[in-house]
Design a protein around this ligand. Sequence first.
Ligand code: SAM
Length: 221
Amino acid sequence: MSSHTIDLTDALHEYLVRQGLRESEAARGLRAETLAATRWHVMQISPEQGAFMALLVRLLGARRAVEVGTFTGYSALVVAEALPADGRLVACDVSEEWTAIGRPFWERAGVAHKIDLRLRPAVETLDALLADGQSGAFDFAFIDADKANYDAYYERCLRLLRPGGVVGIDNVLWGGRVADAAVTDQDTAAIRALNAKVRDDARVHATMLPIGDGFTLALKK
Ligand SMILES: C[S@@+](CC[C@H](N)C(=O)[O-])C[C@H]1O[C@@H](n2cnc3c(N)ncnc32)[C@H](O)[C@@H]1O
């Protein structure tokens, strides 16, 4: 069966980033800094995914967002830029080292005051928000951390979202490994299981998009 998604050559991707979106100077700088600072730079979402998420935040009229997996802060930066002046993003990670790379760029973009970074296992942060009575208080959630906990993050984010809120789940195509029956490691199995669950989940309207490494959007009914 032929692919219905255009193959992105490096040249075409470069064109897409140059012509298809507006990226702030701070966001561009953070991408360059991440590339220079760590070999793990591939964990960062792509500029086109960031622009898409920013548009989604604006479409939702989001004021409160939560992110699971911040790394050097690119997705947090683009989401915070799209939030209104009084908007807030709770950003969850466990790495002081990686998130420290992002902070100066959050400052440079003038959005640092919108980002509430919580450095502890994300399940604990999400459970603390729920225990604090914040069920239904969030408009947008983004899941992009350790795959073994994806289901735990999904369940908690759904509870934190208001009806009509959206959760974005990253890496759902997992470099193609989800469709390769020979791959049976735990992370791949966890992503496959959540993909199957979301497709059949009567609590949401959902669609999987071939952006980046695969991006599912699920709208809470
Ligand atoms: C794929 S990266 C996130 C990329 C980020 N969204 C971006 O666009 O740059 C995954 C992040 O999840 C974090 N992480 C891994 N396990 C975690 C856990 N149990 N709780 C919170 N964060 C975790 C890692 O430290 C890492 O920074």
